[in-house]
Design a protein around this ligand. Structure first.
Ligand code: SRM
Ligand code: SF4
Length: 567
């Protein structure tokens, strides 16, 4: 392993002193307080828990001399997003009992509970664990949830890819028993005693930064594979898996105004057989462990290591660890992407239904009782629930002849069927942002539905309502709803102002470019209108919106576009 730096970041010191992610978590959890101190809050992330406070009331509480209204986000780590009916019912129950009454499907196929108070954390995590769902490593400087296509399509390739996702996830799970001790009532290791178990892959400082892995297929990049640190693209041989093209160095986070931070798409590294794939993942992750930047967390993702040292250097490191050269990648290109919504054949007389969940929030509202509908369907049909990387869910294993009964149950609860959702809404995503996210600069989940209402009208007027396009909004430039691979994105800049990005693609193979800055929310659609009009007139046959904008270029788009004046 590389020499320890003396000037490592504060988080590195916290990890190193934590004795296998224990730190002072256990005593602080037992203390009669509403929150954890900073160092413990950092370690908490590795256990899948984020300390947050209600941003809506932060200022008033501070003015009134009150402490922030602390609550916790608990993220379940669900490889490939696949849950059994029983597991989903436990999640639903916990959302009502300890969370804020909602489940939140994430862009990495997980579920998040928001609003869990400190005193309920242990009960929440224990109940999840009893249902064989973990939160360990859902956040923190480790391998995050491994993504894989959630659609149980016939043919078996998806199942094989899911099995690989699960193997990688299991192999890269932290070995520490701290999780067991703190949340599941294992025996406590005495304070000050060294960690009793080694971390063979991570070592005592874990990784320099979060690490993300996804599996995709050439004909379906639903996992947005190029935005991951490590990606695997399925290379089929008929209905079986010949292996994977290995991609490295994707990542989207950036900071406004800091050019040294940037989104980056992954590069092809080589080819791995299904037997090799876990070993390749381990080799890649240990190169990042040993050489990733531990001084500056803004420069610590694998993408910066790749740009600093070069792909050839990186490949040589991986090959050295494998003890053999990597075969070159197979010549395939990403050709399509699916959201898997609506009815699909699953084989064996079974079907699955892809249900649209606006911005991933499964909740009951006055007009539609979505959470109740999903729970009832899972209870009655014993449906499996698979979370998609587009923040939607698939209800799986439905007997062919019961399709109509499921449709009727959705209708009874006011849930609109996929067919009536506009194309633009169906392909849109927003991150949670305010009021839970501590890093949000502007609204996202609460603002995007209104912006989409406006866009729907505009696209309809221009005759573009059927064009498949991805529109994404985030409350800050960290990129949690993957704005930089979308056709059109609104990235939070300051309260109610956004940077508009254009020119990514539905396929997730192109990066968007900043087009306009500091645009007030109410002006977003007006600002984009001239670009839509130009697309309508000048696009080539079959050309996507982002592809068109990318071809024209933002400078030319800016020159020609005169947005309507502000009212
Ligand atoms: Fe994210 C941090 C939510 C996917 C890039 N992300 C956060 C935190 C935990 C805020 C914090 O650090 O205090 C957010 C919690 C908000 C809340 O209230 O729930 C948060 N990220 C999310 C989720 C829930 C967004 C969503 O709409 O679903 C996604 C959870 C995924 C999961 O289940 O694991 C989520 N985050 C992503 C993605 C997309 C992806 O992975 O496919 C990205 C861009 C890809 C990447 O990592 O490069 C992403 N999140 C970040 C970053 C920037 C990382 C960077 O390299 O700069 C941060 C901030 C950080 O790490 O310092 C962040
Ligand atoms: Fe928070 Fe920013 Fe991620 Fe949105 S993009 S959840 S505001 S960190």
């Amino acid at each position: 392993m590389a020499d320890k730096h003396t000037d490592v970041s504060a988080v590195e010191k916290i990890k190193e002193a934590s004795r296998g992610l224990r730190g002072s978590l256990a005593p602080e959890l037992a203390a009669d307080t509403s929150h954890f101190e900073d160092a413990a809050a950092q370690l908490l992330k590795f256990h899948g828990v984020y300390q947050q406070d209600d941003r809506d009331t932060r200022r008033q509480r501070s003015d009134a001399g009150l402490e922030p209204d602390y609550a916790f986000m608990v993220r379940c780590k669900i490889p490939g997003g696949v849950l059994t009916a029983d597991q989903y019912l436990v999640l639903d129950e916990l959302a009502g009992r300890y969370g804020n009454g909602t489940l939140r499907v994430t862009t990495r196929q997980d579920n998040q509970f928001h609003g869990v108070v400190k005193g309920d954390l242990k009960r929440t995590i224990r109940a999840l664990n009893d249902a064989l769902v973990t939160t360990l490593g859902a956040c923190g400087d480790v391998q995050r949830n491994v993504m894989s296509c959630p659609a149980p399509l016939p043919g078996g390739l998806r199942d094989q890819a899911l099995a690989v996702a699960r193997q990688i996830s299991a192999r890269l799970l932290p070995r520490t028993r701290a999780y067991h001790e703190i949340w599941l009532n294992g025996n406590q290791v005495a304070e000050g005693a060294p960690a009793p178990e080694p971390e063979p892959i991570y070592g005592e400082r874990y990784l320099p930064r979060k690490f993300k892995t996804a599996i995709a297929s050439p004909d379906d990049n639903c996992t947005d594979v190029y935005s991951n640190d490590l990606g695997f693209v399925v290379i089929p041989d008929g209905d079986s898996l010949a292996g994977f093209n290995v991609l490295v160095g994707g990542g989207l986070g950036m900071t406004h105004g800091k050019k040294v931070t940037y989104p980056r798409l992954a590069d092809p590294l080589g080819f791995a057989t299904p037997e090799d794939v876990v070993q390749v993942a381990e080799a890649v992750i240990t190169v990042q462990r040993d050489y990733g930047d531990r001084r500056d967390r803004r420069h610590a993702r694998l993408k910066y290591l790749l740009d600093d040292r070069g792909l050839d250097w990186f490949r040589a490191q991986v090959e050295q660890r494998l003890g053999r050269p990597l075969r070159p990648p197979a010549p395939v290109r990403i050709s399509d992407v699916h959201d898997h919504l609506g009815w699909h054949d699953q084989g064996g007389g079974r079907s699955f239904y892809g249900l649209f969940v606006e911005n991933g929030r499964i909740q009951d509202a006055e007009d539609a009782q979505l959470r109740t509908a999903v729970r009832r369907i899972v209870e009655v049909f014993r449906a499996g629930v698979h979370f998609t990387p587009q923040q939607n869910l698939l209800l799986t294993g439905i007997a062919e002849e019961r399709r109509a009964a499921l449709d009727a149950m959705l209708a009874d609860h006011g849930v609109r069927p996929t067919g009536v959702i506009s194309t633009v809404r169906r392909w849109s995503m927003a991150c949670p942002a305010l009021p839970t996210c501590g890093l949000a600069l502007a609204e996202a989940e609460r603002a995007l539905p209104g912006v989409i209402d406006e866009l729907e009208g505009e696209l309809e007027r221009l005759g573009l309502a059927d064009v498949r396009l991805t529109v994404r909004m985030t409350g800050c430039p960290n990129g949690c709803a993957r704005p930089y691979t979308a056709d059109l994105a609104f990235v939070g800049r300051s309260a109610d102002k956004y940077t508009i990005f254009v020119g990514g693609s539905v396929l997730g193979t192109t990066l968007a470019t900043a087009y306009a800055d500091l645009v007030p929310r109410r002006r977003l659609v007006a600002q984009v209108r001239p670009l839509l009009e130009r697309y309508r007139v000048e696009r080539l046959p079959g050309e996507g919106l982002g592809d068109f904008w990318c071809r024209i270029g933002v400078d030319e788009l800016r020159n020609s576009a005169v947005a309507e004046p502000a009212p």
